[in-house]
Design a protein around this ligand. Structure first.
Ligand code: GTP
Ligand code: MG
Length: 150
C-alpha cells in the first residue's frame, strides 16, 4: 500500500496543532504507521530539502525547520501521497483552499505548518531519510473494511 512522509513543522508543534493534523488524516481513513518527535539538525534538513538548495529562501527554510522539534510521520493508504498534499493545501497558505490545513492555520509561506511528500518516489526517499526500517509498523486497522470496499 502507498505511503507518504508527513511532518508537522516546528511552528505547527509550537502552536499546538499536532492533534488536529493527525486527526484530519485519521478521520479520512488513513493509517498511521510511524510517528516520532525529532530535531534532526541542519545537515539532515539540508538533505531533506536538497532540491531547493539554490533558492534564495533556502537558508531561512533550513533555520525555520531547525528551530524546534518536528512531528515526523508516515501515513499509509490509497493514493495517500496525492491526497496528503490536498489535505495540507497549497504551499503558499494565501493561495490555499479553505478547509485545508494551510488555509485554516497559516498565512506566511515561510511558516506553513506542515510538510508532505510531493510524489511516490520522493515519499520513498523521505521515509528512508527520516525513519529506520524498524520504526515503521505493519498493522491491520480494524477500520479497514469500513474504509475500503476492496
Ligand atoms: P513542503 O511540503 O514543505 O516540501 O512544501 P511544498 O512541497 O508545498 O513546497 P516546496 O517543496 O516547493 O518548498 C518547501 C518549503 O519551502 C515550503 O513548504 C515553504 O515552507 C518554503 N518555501 C517555498 N517557497 C517559498 C518562498 O517563496 N519563500 C519562502 N520564504 N519559503 C518558501
Ligand atoms: Mg516539497
Amino acid at each position: 500500500s502507498e505511503q507518504t512522509f508527513i511532518a508537522i513543522k516546528p511552528d505547527g508543534v509550537q502552536r499546538g496543532l499536532v492533534g488536529d493534523i493527525i486527526s484530519r488524516f485519521e478521520k479520512r481513513g488513513y493509517k498511521l504507521v510511524a510517528i516520532k518527535m525529532v530535531t534532526p539538525g541542519k545537515a539532515h534538513l539540508e538533505k531533506h530539502y536538497e532540491d531547493l538548495k539554490d533558492k534564495p529562501f533556502f537558508p531561512g527554510l533550513v533555520s525555520y525547520m531547525n528551530s524546534g522539534p518536528i512531528a515526523a510521520m508516515v501515513w499509509e493508504g490509497r493514493e495517500v501521497v496525492k491526497v496528503g498534499r490536498l489535505i495540507l493545501g497549497a504551499t503558499n497558505p494565501l493561495a490555499s483552499a479553505p478547509g485545508t490545513i494551510r488555509f485554516d492555520y497559516a498565512i506566511d509561506v515561510g511558516r506553513n505548518v506542515c510538510h508532505g511528500s510531493d510524489a511516490v518516489d520522493s515519499a520513498k526517499k523521505e521515509i528512508k531519510l527520516w525513519f529506520k526500517d524498524d520504526e515503521i509498523t505493519n498493522w491491520t486497522s480494524a477500520q479497514q473494511s469500513w474504509v475500503y470496499e476492496k
